[in-house]
Design a protein around this ligand. Structure first.
Ligand code: HMG
Ligand code: MG
Length: 300
């Protein structure tokens, strides 16, 4: 059984230039419930100056609290203590563990760490220490994204050893799950294997289930990369309905790059390779149609 995390409400929407109403974000999450994806990455508790589109994270979580399905994992991005405080306050208001998992994020490269978080890689790790401690105290799971694992929009090509080093730094502070991110969609069936092997070797074979793969589909190569990852034993993937989430660093004026691998494409790829998921296809198609419509409305 392959695990799927739906990231459209976060990665899919975070770069949309015009505000999307809380009600539409809530509707998207609620349409994702019947898809039976394993996890929904709902939003980010980051600086509203850096990501204005997700400044409403608390409101969105408050609004979906009543409809959270049994067994569903909700996660949120948290870059530092302040973000963690906001996530914990959200759970306090709900009166139960509404947010099950907090996800920190750094980079395999110094250039992207600086651009995305105004910090060195080492500084991001120091920010995560108290976040992980608080997560453990509150029985929340932790995940860490490592961005730019194949190519960095600032620093260029990335060696698998760099990804291994950052993976080890994250394991050393107690992160549960590692999520290598191909931020600009530079992965190919040739270069994804060595990167994943470096991550697998760092975690050890007994922790294969703690690896999730996050692909962007900028050049249409995400599906063949998933096939390579499946062969290597990766059993957890991020997808974004309707392929929402075009990376601004991969776009040119007037032409937006395709976004995250579409969850529909991910599902096709997984099923055609002979694996199963919990996902309900018709429900996924309904969620994808709605997701596309709110982005189109916003763009119009
Ligand atoms: P900074 O400006 O260096 O932070 O940003 P600071 O600590 O100096 O604080 C500056 C101001 O931000 C202060 O407010 C803080 O209170 C506030 P002021 O006094 O000026 O009014 N602040 C916050 N507000 C709300 N929530 C917070 C928070 N922290 C500080 N958590 C920081 C550093 C990390 C906060 C900033 O760089 C940031 O928020 N970055 C987020 C960038 C981001 O979300 N990027 C997208 C997600 S990563 C991604 O998409 C890649 C991924 O998909 C994987 C892949 O594809 O590779 C995950
Ligand atoms: Mg991403």
């Amino acid at each position: 059984m392959i695990r799927i995390t739906e990231v459209a409400p976060r990665d899919g929407l975070q770069n949309e230039p015009t505000p999307i109403a809380v009600a539409q974000k809530v509707r998207l999450v609620e349409l994702l419930h019947p898809t039976r994806v394993d996890e929904i990455e709902v939003s980010s508790f980051v600086s509203p100056k850096w990501v204005p589109q997700l400044a409403d994270a608390s409101e969105v979580f408050d609004a979906i609290a009543a409809s959270k399905p049994e067994g569903m994992v909700y996660s949120a991005l948290v870059p530092n203590q302040k973000g963690m405080d906001n996530a914990l306050a959200t759970n306090d208001r709900a009166g139960f563990k509404l947010i099950d998992k907090v996800t920190v994020f750094t980079s395999a490269t110094e250039g992207f760490a600086r651009k995305n978080t105004n910090a060195t890689i080492a500084e991001t790790i120091e920010r995560f220490r108290p976040v992980v401690r608080a997560a453990q105290q509150n029985s929340l799971q932790t995940r860490a994204y490592i961005s730019s694992v194949i190519k960095c929009p600032v620093d260029g090509d990335v060696e698998p050893a760099q990804v291994a080093t950052v993976t080890q730094m994250l394991l050393d502070i107690g992160i549960d799950e590692i999520d290598p991110g191909d931020t600009i969609g530079a992965a190919t069936p040739d270069n994804i294997g060595p990167m994943l092997e470096a991550v697998i070797e760092t975690l050890g074979n007994d922790r294969m289930s703690d690896i999730t793969l996050h692909l962007h589909d900028t050049f249409g190569l995400a599906a063949p990369c998933v096939r390579v990852a499946l062969d290597l034993g990766i059993r957890s993937y991020d997808g974004s309905v309707a392929g929402l989430g075009g990376c601004p660093y991969a776009s040119t004026p007037g032409k937006r790059a395709p976004g995250n691998i579409a969850t529909e494409v991910l599902l096709n790829t997984i099923e055609s390779a002979g694996y199963t998921t919990r996902v309900d296809r018709p429900a996924l198609d309904r969620a994808a149609a709605f997701a596309a419509s709110i982005v189109e409305t916003t763009r119009a």
